[in-house]
Design a protein around this ligand. Structure first.
Ligand code: CTP
Length: 409
């Protein structure tokens, strides 16, 4: 994965800079080339000599080094890399990035680059929590910048909390994910050291829209709330989540790779493109039928004649994946929305579809579950049916995510 890749590593000024020496070693062990850039402040913490000796490559230190500018301009330097990594990234460097300042070599490279950027922040807890820093982080995330860490822990300044730079191996794992063209820039954030770190999980969510003609469609009442909550809970445990969603109004979860689709056929294609994954969770309310011959012309009203539609059955996405002979995810989870004989129907559905678990719920109108914020589910697996108490959809999602991480071991 890392062999032959060129990583431009910007080392910011902070006590965590010493860990970037280990990061260089780990990257080179895996066959990557590391081109280091030291900020002036970083030189207070690590020496240029140790960095260039470990990297075995030319070290860049100062924007106004005329020889370097002649040899390799900063634009070329910033674009020749496969990935730009900032470790440690100080509050100051992130503020410059968010503002688009170019006042030294590091910030100039960051402004000039068209390469994906991964940031490993490290700073004092209060600086991390300061609204200014959080504002800058939000800006950078919406610009498509990826983050790894910071982690909670004891800090060099004697305080405890978020602000410790991610460990070198965690940064290596994040670099591998960021180098994977299948993940969207900006989809990485937070700690990678959760129980699902390094696990690739697919979640389908929301309704599908099946066109009748270019202006009309058939839909259902799914809000996408449960699928969105599940994706969030998985990200919180460190999973890499591919979120395939039909048209839903709800805010998309942070830190996932979003694939937006409209129809069941598009959802199936997106799911197949996302494979292989270790776990696949099918929370979408997929339309069972589509209108045959939904063309490009709007159907006009004709006096005295009602339109007649012919329907075709949509592919069953869950069953298609659950019954794959090769490359089937280790764990396939489906949902069953039932109004009668919930357990009997959902148990039969699990066998018919071939999935490992079914999350069954009673969507009778009097339960208020469909479109509501709470859910009462029964988890059905090969070891039987387990009723969960009624709880918020977020809590159901967290419990399910934990069960998944236990099942993967
Ligand atoms: N599903 C799917 N593709 C479809 C239909 C359903 O992936 N074309 C998935 C859903 O995401 C869900 C499960 O299958 O995980 C639900 O199965 P389904 O047979 O649609 O059950 P219900 O919606 O409960 O409907 P019915 O009782 O009519 O079977």
């Amino acid at each position: 994965m890392l062999a032959g890749k060129n990583i431009l590593l910007i080392i910011g000024g902070g006590i965590a800079a010493f860990k970037s020496l280990d990061l260089i070693r780990r990257l080179r062990e895996r066959g990557a080339t590391v081109t280091p850039v030291l900020t002036r402040a970083a030189e207070e913490f690590v020496t240029p000599l140790s960095v260039s000796a470990l990297s075995g490559a030319k070290l860049y230190r100062d924007l106004f080094d005329l020889t370097d500018e002649a040899e390799m301009g900063h634009i070329q330097l910033s674009r020749s890399a496969d990935l730009v990594v900032i470790a440690p990234a100080t509050a100051d460097l992130m503020a410059k990035m968010a503002q688009g300042l170019a006042s030294d070599l590091a910030s100039t490279l960051l402004l000039a680059t068209d390469t994906r950027v991964l940031v490993a922040p490290a700073m004092n807890v209060r600086m991390w929590q300061h609204p200014a820093t959080q504002r800058n982080i939000a800006t950078l995330k919406s610009d498509g910048v990826d983050f790894v860490g910071p982690n909670d822990g004891d800090m060099a300044c004697g305080e405890f909390g978020p602000g410790r730079m991610a460990e070198p191996l965690e940064i290596v794992a994040a670099i591998e994910i960021a180098l994977d063209a299948g993940t969207a820039p900006g989809s990485l954030s937070g700690s990678l050291s959760g129980p699902l770190s390094g696990r690739r999980v697919l979640v389908t969510s929301g309704p599908t829209h099946e066109p009748i003609d270019p202006v009309r469609y058939i839909a259902n009442r799914s809000s996408g709330a449960q699928g969105t909550a599940i994706a969030r809970a998985l990200v919180a445990l460190g999973a890499e989540v591919i979120f395939v969603t039909g048209p839903a109004d709800i805010a998309r979860p942070d830190g996932v790779t979003v694939v937006a689709v409209e129809t069941a056929a598009e959802m199936l294609e997106a799911v197949q493109n996302a494979l292989p994954v270790e776990v696949a969770i099918f929370a979408a309310a997929v339309a069972d039928w589509r209108v045959v011959g939904a063309g490009t012309s709007k159907i006009k009203k004709v006096k005295g004649a009602l339109p007649v539609f012919e329907f075709a059955e949509n592919p069953d996405i869950l069953a298609t994946v659950a019954q794959m002979r090769a490359g089937r995810p280790r764990l396939v989870v489906g949902f069953a929305a039932e109004t009668d004989d919930v357990i009997v129907n959902a148990t039969a559905k699990r066998l018919r579809k071939g999935c490992d678990w079914i999350v069954a719920n009673d969507v009778s109108p009097e339960t208020g579950i469909m479109g509501g914020s709470e859910n009462a589910v029964t988890l059905i697996s090969d070891s039987g049916a387990e009723d969960w108490p009624r709880m918020g959809k977020d809590a159901v999602a967290e419990r399910l995510a934990l069960r998944i991480s236990e099942a993967l071991g």
